[in-house]
Design a protein around this ligand. Sequence first.
Ligand SMILES: NC(=O)c1ccc[n+]([C@@H]2O[C@H](COP(=O)([O-])OP(=O)(O)OC[C@H]3O[C@@H](n4cnc5c(N)ncnc54)[C@H](O)[C@@H]3O)[C@@H](O)[C@H]2O)c1
Ligand SMILES: [Zn+2]
Length: 753
Amino acid sequence: MTTPDEAGRRVELLRADIRHHNHRYYVLDDPEIPDADYDRLVRELQALESDFPDLVTPDSPTQRVGAAPRPDFAAVRHTVPMISLDNAMSDAELADFDRKTQAALQTTDSVLYTAEPKLDGLAVSIRYERGRLMQAATRGDGATGEDVTHNVRTIQSVPLCLFGDDWPAVLEVRGEVYMTRTGFARLNDAMQRAGDKPFANPRNAAAGSLRQLDPRITASRPLAFCCYGWGDLSAPPAASQFAMLQRLAAWGIPISRELRQVAGLEACRAYFEDLGRRRDTLDYDIDGVVFKLDRLADQERLGATSHHPRWAIARKFPAQEALTLVEAVEFQVGRTGAVTPVARLQPVQVGGVTVANATLHNLDEVRRKDVRIGDTVVVRRAGDVIPEVARVVVERRPADARVVELPAQCPVCGSDVIRPEGEAVARCSGGLYCPAQRKESIRHFASRRAMDIEGLGDRLIEQLVDLDWVREPADLYRLSLEQLAGLERMGEKSAANLLAALERSKDTTLARFIFALGIREVGESTAQALAARFDGIEALMQARVTDFVCERGVKGIGRETATALHRFLSERPDLDVKGELADWLAGQGIRGLTASRAGLLAQRFTTLEALRAAELEDLYANSSRLVEGVGPVVAAHLAAFFAQPHNREAIGRLLAVGVHWPETPAAAPPKAEQPLAGKTLVITGTLSQPRDAIKDWLQRQGAKVTGSLSRNTHYLLAGESPGSKLEQARSLGVEVIDEAGLAALLGRESPSV
Ligand SMILES: NC(=O)c1ccc[n+]([C@@H]2O[C@H](COP(=O)([O-])OP(=O)(O)OC[C@H]3O[C@@H](n4cnc5c(N)ncnc54)[C@H](O)[C@@H]3O)[C@@H](O)[C@H]2O)c1
Ligand SMILES: [Zn+2]
């Protein structure tokens, strides 16, 4: 049992806390905690005040709405106060409301209500006099709001003049200014690109955009307006809530398309359920449904408290945001080797389910949101979307919060984790060995363009891996007829066929083999270039990054700075260094040459003579490719892949089971004799043989076969029903040939494969 003293102390604490959050929310448009957590504080205060009525004071947050208007706006006194709404958090509370309404109206009949979404924005009151927009104000503390007339005028959907002429001379419409989700996403994108702090959610974005001292800023923000009621009115033009809103709509005021009349509790429930199901498909945030007694005379009878009308209720949806603690951050390895951080959370209810994990996507995201272990965070779960950490409550960060670090080794297989410069995603480099990537790597290995193992489909791979018969590609070649024939939907015959296909696949080309290894970003053509460049798989396995790309120049120096320096030095051949080279360089007023850059150059070149002797390309960071299609990122993936002993061993075992290829790459004639060397072709239409076969053959003749046409394409090889490529080739001036033409070109009968 709580004593009055204890209750008194708790009430004081709660009020201070709630006032703090009201200020953040209503005045600064920057809430610290999610609404659900705020609502819990308010509910606790309400419960204490109802148990200890002596503690109720007129200035308690339960007795008032909002917060005082900001002093930098002119104040607007509301003729009719703008109050809040009572909440029903559960079905029972809604039933309770319906029962009380029936009792107050002394009826047992179904009560007629209007139903509409509870938009999540901010309330404004817009005053029309003789059909013209005269003033607009925020709710403020309910009695006094902020003058936002100029800002509201910029909202497209708010009419400056009403349609028709049958409106009352004074008409105050009330409704929600909000931002669509699409508009919000676009705005936040732009803010981030400009280096500004993005808004936490559409509600704050709407409030922050409307409450601007400069209406030009408001005008640039995607705000919308939806009317749900009215204030001061010189003559009521209708007898029901529903009819009133229809009249307002006829005068050009936007109202909700979802507005309906519903009779009785059951219909209210059905409306609530239906809208709840559609909540995520709407382009605006709603946090509940508002039910209002339809007959205005009945509304009058029920009246209002200082805080809310007794004739309306907001039935709230489960909150989509909640506060919780990040207990740990672990790293998961996906089937393609992507290493993603996952936050382990203290379990919390969000959107109706318990959430204990939330994805953090990648390390950039972790840094951008600055999530640390031990942080209090807002988790968000909208609809079926995977729960995510929306933001950190920095105010609650403990002193011992730990920064999240990318693990150096894959948590599943222990191979190195690499993250090439400029890539967001980190990856396990143990492609051939990592259990997390097994199914994917086998599937790729067996695919048509790789080892081309006919009959080894996805379903079969699943079974083989799940049975633990296949852990790496070489295991495929050790499968027995008995094993295979015993599998689901596999007869003796298909098992024998598969074994034969496996046997056939051993006879391959180096390019196919390299491609089959499934190294990140090593596609077919890169594999071909590698096969042509390296003398066998051994040589490739020994290669380092510098064998793929040649890095030159000084890291940290850009081309522009280097050019400025280069010009400076060649224009002044007899300058001499005084003092330290770095200081001297920095002091020459060379464009872009900051002290730290001068330091980097001085470290590398030590003397002015050395610097003078350097070529421009030695000054700024640049790289040249030694293999077509292999830039720094691919080079990093290649080097990391072959650096893993597990991968090298897996390759060794493949060779041991008999995978082989002809000594010279693809048994092609030496380069000079290749009749199509240096020619680029594109294929279109139906040919006499499968396109892949033709493509292989063309490549063996030295041609490069690409998928799309450009001015650099030499020939378009067109079969039957060629399609749009033909047109395109003509307009680009690319020569079009058919198979006969190709044969003629090569001086032979037909391109037999
Ligand atoms: N996170 C925080 O720190 C924090 C702080 C203060 C308030 N809040 C949140 O603000 C809300 C409480 O503030 P409140 O007093 O504005 O109450 P409320 O938002 O629950 O309800 C009243 C408001 O609902 C809006 N509304 C939307 N659709 C409506 C409709 N069809 N008919 C009538 N009104 C409609 C109006 O703007 C009205 O002022 C709660 O959701 C609370 O969680 C959060
Ligand atoms: Zn791994």
